[in-house]
Design a protein around this ligand. Structure first.
Ligand SMILES: NC(=O)c1ccc[n+]([C@@H]2O[C@H](COP(=O)([O-])OP(=O)(O)OC[C@H]3O[C@@H](n4cnc5c(N)ncnc54)[C@H](O)[C@@H]3O)[C@@H](O)[C@H]2O)c1
Length: 440
């Protein structure tokens, strides 16, 4: 089948590549010339495990191509996937300008029936807006061409995106036209072989399903972080509590890890956008507000511990920071807890020596060259001469380091662990002062 994907970011590039991998002819359109040039020159603009060889193979097989030419994109695909960003607007609601810009381009160039698929995470009612935008643009061209708009939210996780797309938990198709649903069913058939994963529903329910999923996951994290803060003050150990509650199958062990807050391009903005949607319909979404508030506060917790330990004297100190990306296996630093922490440290006159296996370039792009940030080539280079080590992202390579080497390279043996990856007893035996989240 012929597919066009607008947006070659984490979602669009993975979607396009995986659809090409199963035999479809895919054209990826992006307005970012730099990204398209990189992709055409065999380079991948993001870090996503397993993506590079798939892109290369499918390009070479002639099933996957990249362009900034919107007209060619509209001309190519029966399926027109919108996978552009939906960042927060000034008031926290989802900014639909990129989605509607794509809709307008489709209306400007469309000459025959098209299925427009909203894959971006968009508020309830967006499919109607996309429909209205295309219809209006067609009317300006005095054209009356049939088209459908479908909601097909994406649930992939950065860092495991290929696997998630190839073997999805579910494929949600929100459509009010049974014929279109069947065409999408056919497109997704290769990913739906070992059991029925396709869930069909009306468009508005599909749009809400994506927000509901992310809000639920964010709620689990904020709940555990709240409990961790309470545990810490009561002299209880949140890790013991986690094991104790996870054993209940109604609760389960997934996604109940305490930490230094959730980040990324999805949870923070989606919880916020859902809360703003509720506000627009005069519903006071107290739980969603609390989830967001709790997370913002949690992103300060490491800094507060650091400040307490150094009795407020941070000016002139140097901190080793392990992990810049918002979670392991990605270079994505959007809303990452590391950013809140570094910015607080810099504000108080401290310097940061940071190491991340993949996010170094992204950190350079965000912060440029600054005297108080040194991006290091390896973990031990970061600790060299620092006053303390702070672990912000739980990359695998941080899990079992050589503590003697760390101790020898720090000026003081202090570790702040924002992900509870170390055993407090081991670290104390090794002579460290060790701070973690929610443990005595
Ligand atoms: N990142 C994730 O893990 C994830 C998971 C599920 C859903 N989503 C949702 O998917 C959407 C995309 O997220 P992302 O992380 O891939 O974003 P991204 O920022 O990585 O990529 C978006 C891309 O869209 C391009 N773009 C903007 N306007 C365009 C236009 N008019 N035509 C063509 N391209 C255009 C940008 O240049 C950029 O390359 C968002 O709504 C997001 O909430 C993201």
């Amino acid at each position: 089948m012929k597919v066009t994907i607008y947006g070659s970011g984490y979602v669009g590039l993975v979607t396009g590549t995986c659809l090409a991998e199963v035999g479809n002819e895919v054209v990826c359109v992006d307005i970012d010339q730099r990204k398209i040039d990189m992709l055409n020159n065999g380079r991948i603009p993001i870090y996503e495990p397993g993506l590079e060889p798939l892109v290369t193979n499918n390009k070479e097989a002639g099933r996957l191509s990249f362009t900034t030419d919107v007209a060619a994109g509209v001309d190519h695909g029966l399926f027109q996937f919108i996978a552009v960003g939906t960042p927060p607007d000034e008031d926290g609601s989802a900014d639909l300008q990129y989605v509607l810009a794509v809709a307008k381009s489709i209306g400007e160039h469309m000459n025959e029936y098209r299925i427009v698929v909203d894959k971006s995470t968009v508020p309830v009612g967006t499919a109607d807006k996309v429909h209205a935008q295309i219809k209006e643009t067609l009317a300006q061209r005095r054209k009356n061409i049939e088209f459908d708009v479908v909601s097909n939210p994406e649930f992939l996780k950065e860092g495991a995106a290929i696997d998630d797309f190839m073997k999805p938990d579910r494929i949600v198709i929100g459509s009010n036209n049974p014929r279109t649903t069947e065409l999408l069913r056919a497109l997704y058939a290769p990913f739906n072989r070992n059991r029925e994963r396709i869930v069909t529903m009306d468009v508005r329910s599909a749009e809400l399903t994506k927000y509901a999923a992310n809000a639920m996951l964010a709620t689990k994290i904020s709940f555990m972080n709240e409990l961790a803060n309470i545990a810490e003050r009561l002299g209880a150990d949140i890790e013991q509590v986690r094991i104790g509650i996870g054993a209940d199958p109604r609760i389960g062990y997934h996604f109940i890890y305490p930490g230094c807050g959730y980040g990324g391009s999805c949870f923070p903005k989606d919880v916020q956008a859902l809360e703003r949607t509720a506000r627009e319909i005069d519903y006071d979404a107290k739980l969603l507000q609390a989830v967001e508030h709790t997370n913002n506060r949690q992103k300060q917790v490491l800094f507060e511990k650091i400040q307490r330990h150094f009795q407020g004297e941070l000016n002139g100190r140097t901190f080793a920071l392990w992990g810049l990306s918002f979670k392991p296996n990605t270079d994505d630093m959007r809303e990452a807890p590391s950013r809140v922490l570094m910015e607080a440290l810099w504000e108080h006159g401290a310097r940061v020596r940071a190491y991340d296996p993949e996010a170094r370039e992204e950190a350079r792009r965000i912060y440029g060259h600054r005297d108080d940030l040194q991006l290091c080539d390896n973990a031990l280079e970061a600790t060299d001469g620092a006053d303390a080590l702070i672990v912000v992202t739980e990359w695998k390579e941080f899990r079992s380091p050589n503590f003697d080497n760390i101790k020898a390279s720090l000026t003081q043996p202090v570790i702040f662990d924002g992900r509870n990856i170390y055993d407090p007893n081991t670290l104390r035996t090794c002579g460290f002062t060790y701070y973690s989240i929610g443990r005595p």
